[in-house]
Design a protein around this ligand. Structure first.
Ligand code: NDP
Length: 337
């Protein structure tokens, strides 16, 4: 139980589905919110459980009904799924059918030959562990987190097909697969009878790799996509413009994916220029960065992370100012090209 909660009984906002837009995920029947919430950071064992709970409630109250997990989110590995499971049991169990919940496996998770990669053995065992940690009966989508060069794509896709057919997940997804790997995964899954629902790639103004082939494949094949790290982990906001604030992701030593060295003077100069364009559009840079990713026609939903409810509120406002005029787009392109 989460103790010292000033509001132990949670009733979701009755108007929650009138706030944001929902978009079809590729050519499937699934609608996803244009903004989704990921639990990679800030939901681990060492983070405030009350804050984690407040963020999940805030998101759901605003119509964000898609939450993204993975076996290794924490720290420690598995602890974000445990946090989610505890909160789910208390606040969301009666709303299971309103939620689209994802998990993944692919990166190293436990010692020995079966604790990472793309084998049927690892992916099915890990999915079972994730179900146990979250207390869910099934995931809405289960992803292969990254392509394993030592496992044939046929085997990893066979694992996803089995996970779906056995009722552990409703849909299959892949993440971080390159264009040619994606094409192969699509055709193997099609032949198995479990079509690929969604691809989850990194996509933001500083990382546009999906525009080189992947976007075209997804649009042609009718596969949705969920763009992760749209704020480049917080760099595409105004937070680092005057140094590295305490408690920001770049200041936390346990976070190995973003450090002082990633906040270079060259990058900050671009952020400063982008921030000026955002101000002229009367929105925060975070909002502009999110709106920019959603311009890509292949992007179904933009997958943010957050460390506070205020950040979720700020990010949501991106959806109220989504249009860009040609001049803004040209200026942005000139900065980020
Ligand atoms: P973002 O790029 O959205 O970065 C989130 C961070 O940005 C927050 O933790 C916060 O930093 C800062 N931030 C968020 N909103 C604001 C705001 N309005 N103003 C100022 N700062 C803000 O996404 P993540 O990198 O966290 O990734 C999002 C999700 O994508 C993950 O939770 C995960 O579900 C998924 N993901 C998937 C991967 C994959 O391989 N498939 C890999 C990585 C992520 P701070 O904490 O400093 O306050």
């Amino acid at each position: 139980m989460i103790t010292n909660d000033p509001n132990p009984l949670y009733t979701p906002h009755p108007d929650r589905y009138n706030h944001i837009k929902y978009q079809r995920c590729g050519r499937s029947g699934v609608l996803l919110p244009r903004l989704s919430l990921g639990l990679w950071q800030n939901f681990g064992a060492a983070n405030s459980q009350a804050n984690a709970r407040a963020m999940l409630r805030k998101a759901f109250d605003e119509g964000i009904c898609h939450f993204d997990l993975a076996n290794n989110y924490g720290p420690n590995y598995g602890s974000a799924e445990q946090t989610f499971g505890n909160i789910f049991k208390q606040d969301f169990a009666h709303h299971r059918d309103e939620l689209f919940i994802a998990s993944k496996a692919g990166y190293d998770m436990w010692p020995g030959p079966y604790g990472k990669g793309g084998s049927v053995k690892y992916l099915v065992s890990s999915c079972d562990q994730s179900l146990a940690r979250t207390g869910l009966k099934y995931f809405d989508v289960f992803y292969h987190h990254c392509m394993d060069p030592e496992t044939p794509i046929e085997e990893s896709m066979r694992a996803l097909d089995y996970i779906v057919r056995s009722g552990r997940a409703l849909y299959a997804g892949i993440s971080n697969y390159r264009p040619e790997q994606t094409q192969e995964a699509i055709s193997v899954l099609k032949s198995l009878g479990t079509p690929l629902l969604v691809h989850q790639p990194r996509y933001n103004m500083f990382d546009r790799w999906i525009e080189n082939g992947l976007t075209d494949i997804l649009l042609t094949e009718g596969i949705g996509s969920i763009a992760f790290s749209p704020l480049a982990q917080g760099v595409l906001t105004n937070k680092y413009l005057n140094g590295i604030p305490a408690n920001s992701r770049a200041a936390r030593p346990e976070i190995i994916h973003l450090g002082n060295n990633d906040i270079t003077a060259e990058k900050l100069e671009k952020v400063k220029q982008l921030n000026a364009i955002a101000e002229s559009r009367e929105q925060s840079l975070a909002q502009m960065a999110i709106a920019w990713t959603l311009l890509n026609p292949a992007v179904t939903s933009c997958l943010i992370g957050a460390s506070s409810t205020e950040q979720i509120t700020d990010c949501l406002a991106a959806l109220t100012n989504p249009e860009f005029n040609e001049k803004d787009l040209l200026n942005i392109n000139a900065i980020i090209r």
